[in-house]
Ligand binder design. Structure first.
Ligand code: NAD
Length: 296
């Protein structure tokens, strides 16, 4: 199957590489030369532009930072036509970026008018899950489009959930990430408190992991350096999931909460904490670096 893959960052590159390893013909594009080189080194074909990647593709996958990048790519910007004018009629778009559900719906409507299928398929599982091919996909779209996408999604993920119509995948994703953002702050607070009392962070983390406070951060993504060898905390908080991306997701959650008049007080507080952490200069670092705000 001929696949176009646009956006080869911390998540997109390993996802595209897994498709190459599964035998798909992948033509990839990113604005960054370093990102392109990484995928080329693993056997992916490099495109000169997003249009070049998408020409003739049966499936177009995008993994971009935020709503404006996805809308700009497909619908166009600055007077330039979007990618929808270059994608074959009958092709399928799989957008795995975490963006506003309303943006997914806007792009899906324009795609449908051009005879192109669309699903939103944001992911969970972090860079470790992207590399291992064990991501969880949260899909919004029709049954038929999900079934067309399934053989491709299965090469990148271990769990595929159908959340509902277009946009529902994004809504599930921001609920999950609001919880994750809160959990990471809570986990950081608890570890910082223990360390301030002289406890060994590894021993304390293991106690909590096996107790009622156990959660994903304690399992796989400990915010304290040296507890998990492969977590961003042990690599100077490089790579992983940027604080600014978490801030974006918590913003999406708050916008959504306002639109449906939901009460999300901890989500709001978490957004304010990551915003302060970003302003202090940690925006590009992994979001688990939020522990720095809480340590002596
Ligand atoms: P990233 O910043 O590492 O990568 C984004 C890539 O998109 C960059 O390489 C950038 O050059 C490229 N890009 C931006 N605009 C482009 C355009 N117009 N054309 C081509 N390339 C373009 O981000 P990431 O961590 O890979 O995250 C991507 C998305 O996945 C985000 O929406 C994020 O919220 C979500 N996500 C990330 C993680 C994680 O752990 N990093 C986990 C789940 C979901």
């Amino acid at each position: 199957m001929q696949i176009a893959f646009i956006g080869l960052g911390n998540m997109g590159a390993p996802m595209a590489i897994n498709l190459v390893k599964a035998g798909h013909s992948v033509k990839a594009f990113d604005l960054s030369a370093d990102a392109l080189a990484r995928v080329k080194a693993e056997g992916g074909q490099i495109a000169s532009s997003a249009q070049d990647a998408a020409t003739g593709a049966e499936v177009v996958i995008s993994m971009l930072p935020a709503s404006q990048h996805v809308e700009g790519l497909y619908l166009g910007k600055d007077g330039q036509a979007g990618l929808l004018t270059h994608i074959n009629k009958g092709a399928l778009i799989i957008d795995s970026s975490t963006i506003a559900a309303t943006s997914s719906q806007k792009v899906a409507q324009a795609a449908a008018a051009a005879g192109i299928g669309f699903i939103d398929a944001p992911v969970s599982g972090g860079t470790g899950g992207a590399i291992a091919g064990t991501l969880t996909f949260m899909v919004g779209g029709s049954d038929a489009d999900l079934e067309r996408a399934r053989p491709v999604l299965e090469k990148m993920g271990a769990n595929i959930f159908h959340a509902g119509a277009v946009g529902a995948g994004q809504t599930a994703k921001i609920c999950n990430n609001m919880l994750l953002g809160i959990l990471m702050i809570g986990t950081s607070e608890a570890i910082a408190l223990g360390v301030a009392n002289g406890l060994d962070p590894k021993v304390l983390s293991e106690i909590m992991r096996r107790s009622s406070g156990g959660n994903w951060a304690l399992e796989k993504y400990n915010p304290f350096p040296g507890v998990h060898e492969n977590a961003p905390a042990s690599k100077g908080y490089a790579g992983g999931f940027g604080t600014d991306l978490m801030l974006k997701d918590l913003g999406l959650a708050q916008e959504n909460a306002m639109s449906v008049k939901a009460s999300t007080p901890l989500g709001g507080l978490a957004r304010a904490i990551y915003a302060a952490h970003s302003i202090a200069g940690h925006g590009p670092q992994d979001f688990s670096s939020v522990i720095k705000m809480l340590q002596k």
